[in-house]
Design a protein around this ligand. Structure first.
Ligand code: PXG
Length: 288
């Protein structure tokens, strides 16, 4: 694998950043996780749009234009002969001093890793996932806004550890008020009757690109789509539940906090949306 760093390609074992990079020292940076399917990069423009929003939110001047990020991402896939894969785009604040001051960092570092991904085994998609709500809450908007896709994921990692310690793969994170926010790297949806519901961004959900895509597909498929605040009660009483993310795609959820969701199997609407999402990922995107 060849890794792109600031316009040059390096063998993967030689692809390194400085120990003085504030991305490492303070988690000061931003990232995107993007998928390629069938020789196309899915929703590339939307991912770069979100990267620019994250950059603006943390006052990071990106060293490439929107078009240059698109071109560099396509080029990194070509260089690695990726047709189906996973692209991690990272921009750090760059090399600075041992103090926090970002003004001491001369220029941001851009990294593009184009490789493979297997988030969960295929059997899990067929069976559906068992998840739990965890004690670690999602960040407050007033602390570290959860809409920023920053390199500081400790909040989510702690939630993931709590889920793993309880013998399940994924966590539902609530916000400080007790409303459902999202998973550790995924948005959460429920189906109730003819409605598809997902927490609003104000509840602490990331503006997920898969989330947006699934909401559009659901509207076309005839579901009523809403973004109300959800509580654990709503999850327990859902007909169906699933998680969405670029990495995990659409993962059915069949148990939450030990309680069976619906009939305990991936639901009818979930399976329909999985099929529609598959069709879309295989037929649209930026050609590599
Ligand atoms: N919420 C959070 C907190 C995320 O980090 C999503 C939702 C889903 O967003 P998209 O735009 O991907 O639909 C994410 C996704 C991975 C991976 O390897 C993904 C994320 C973070 C870390 C790893 O799938 N972000």
């Amino acid at each position: 694998m060849k890794v792109y760093i600031d316009g040059k390609y390096y063998d993967e074992h030689k692809a390194c950043v400085s120990v003085f990079d504030h991305g490492l020292l303070y988690g000061d940076g931003i990232f995107e996780g993007i998928r390629a399917y069938n020789g196309r990069i899915f929703k590339l423009k939307e991912h770069i749009d979100r990267l620019f929003c994250s950059a603006k939110a943390i006052l990071l001047d990106l060293p490439l234009s929107h078009a240059e990020f698109m071109q560099a991402t396509v080029a990194a896939c070509r260089k690695n002969q990726i047709r189906d894969g996973y692209i991690r785009l990272v921009v750090t604040r760059g090399v600075g001093t041992l103090g926090l001051n970002p003004l001491k960092c001369k220029r941001p570092v851009v990294i593009i890793i184009a490789g493979k991904i297997q988030v969960y085994p295929p059997e899990l998609y067929a069976r559906g996932m068992d998840i739990i709500t965890v004690p670690t809450t999602r960040n407050l908007h007033s602390a570290l806004n959860p809409a920023i896709k920053s390199l500081n994921y400790l909040n989510n990692i702690l939630a993931k550890i709590e889920a793993n310690n309880s013998g399940v793969e994924e966590a539902v994170m609530l916000n400080a008020e007790g409303y459902v926010a999202e998973g550790t790297a995924d948005n959460l949806f429920i189906v109730k009757g003819d409605a598809l519901l997902t927490p609003p961004l104000a509840a602490g959900a990331l503006y997920g690109i898969t989330r947006q895509t699934v909401m559009e597909l659901a509207g076309t498929a005839g579901l009523r789509v809403g973004e109300p605040n959800l509580t654990r009660y709503d999850l327990f009483n859902a007909d169906e539940c699933f998680l969405t993310g670029s990495g995990a795609e659409i993962m059915p959820v069949v148990k939450i906090d030990g309680r069976m969701i619906g009939n305990g199997k991936p639901g009818r609407w979930t399976r329909r949306l999985v099929a529609d999402y598959r069709n879309l990922t295989n037929s649209t995107g930026e050609p590599i």
